[in-house]
Design a binder for this molecule. Structure first.
Ligand code: PEP
Ligand code: MN
Length: 339
């Protein structure tokens, strides 16, 4: 059960409401976010909602039986729009493009990518400064200093920054320099990290876990929302299956399912999803057609020289072509009456 509270509810009204709901048999968690305050009740649902519906201070009540509640569409039909400022949004009915290298490598590299993004009217740059690598000997990123440098250059160019946060201690130090905190596939169920990201007022994009179900992704998002942060984006980036011909299996089924279950925007990452450069464009366009609200992909001036994930990274000419095709495919999608 979700009880949306009125802005002006008094402490006394709230206490009385919590007491009554507890008596009915619900355990209540109070959730305060940037956009509203809620009481999330877990318990038996066979009671007459009218019993508390008339109480003062309540905006609305919703019975949601899913494991995830606040991120569910069952109570909020209106899609959540993520506003990054300066007219940059990630939202339903729009097509966000995020592009950039797997890893931030040098000032020269950042400058080149930014120029490429500007030339192609791409407003969000992805890149890792803290890299989760399967091998401890692989390049692990430029760290905070790299992020500061990137931020300076991105600011000048009016480009937003999407970058991965790997641990709780990084959240605060990264805060001034990021627009979207990315939670990587290896951290989707790092519940401490999710709890702490619930306390910040910047957008968080959660990638689906390597072996994570759709339900688990939504539950991870619920952690952040119930911690107080509603600025959430879900990302399908492929899952590990028995198939070895591609790096991961990009589960585009997840897109319409997530869109139906949740009010949060959904982004597709074809680069990690298939892991093979030559096939990234068609999977990106398939992602657009699957109903995604955005595409995130890897690009680098010379992919063969990239410090990480070069095999799935597009060069700038391929990226320019793809960005154009993403927009054209999205325009076409809008003309289809998809059920
Ligand atoms: C990345 O975006 O470079 C990355 C490491 O992604 P994922 O967490 O999806 O593997
Ligand atoms: Mn990568």
């Amino acid at each position: 059960m979700i009880i949306q509270l009125k802005q002006d509810i008094s402490e006394r009204q709230k206490e009385s409401l919590i007491k009554e709901v507890n008596e009915i048999g619900y355990k209540i968690t109070e959730v305060k976010t940037q956009l509203g305050d809620y009481l999330v009740g877990i318990g038996k649902s066979d009671f007459d909602i009218r019993r508390i519906g008339q109480k003062e201070g309540i905006e609305d009540i919703h019975i949601v039986s899913d494991e995830y509640k606040l991120v569910s569409k069952k109570w909020k039909a209106k899609p959540t729009s993520i506003d990054l400022g300066d007219g940059v949004f990630i939202k339903d009915g729009d097509m966000a493009i995020m592009a950039g290298p797997c890893s931030i490598e040098s000032e020269e590299q950042i400058r080149k990518v930014i120029q490429h993004l500007k030339d192609n009217n791409i407003k969000m740059m992805r890149g890792g400064v803290f890299k989760p690598r399967s091998s401890p000997y692989a390049f692990r990123g430029l760290g905070l200093e790299g992020l500061k440098l990137w931020y300076e250059l991105a600011q000048e160019a009016g480009i937003k920054i999407v970058t991965e946060v790997m641990q709780v201690s990084q959240i605060e130090e990264m805060y001034p320099y990021v627009d979207i905190y990315q939670v990587g596939a290896r951290n989707t169920q790092n519940f401490n990290l999710l709890d702490e990201l619930g306390k910040v007022d910047k957008a968080v994009m959660i990638k689906r876990g390597i072996s994570g179900t759709i339900e688990e992704l939504l539950q991870s998002a619920e952690y952040v929302f119930s911690g107080g942060n509603e600025k959430l984006i879900l990302c399908e980036r492929g899952i590990r299956t028995y198939e070895k011909a591609s790096r991961n299996t990009l589960d585009l089924n997840a897109v319409p399912i997530l869109k139906a279950k949740s009010h949060l925007p959904v982004v597709v990452d074809p680069s990690h999803g298939i892991g093979i450069r030559a096939y990234v464009p068609q999977m990106a366009l398939s992602g657009v057609m699957s109903g995604a609200d955005g595409i995130i992909y890897e690009t680098h001036e010379i992919p063969e020289k990239a410090y990480s994930d070069g095999q799935q990274t597009l060069d700038f000419a391929q990226s320019a072509l793809l960005a154009d095709q993403i927009r054209k495919t999205f325009a076409m999608r809008k003309t289809f009456a998809l059920l």
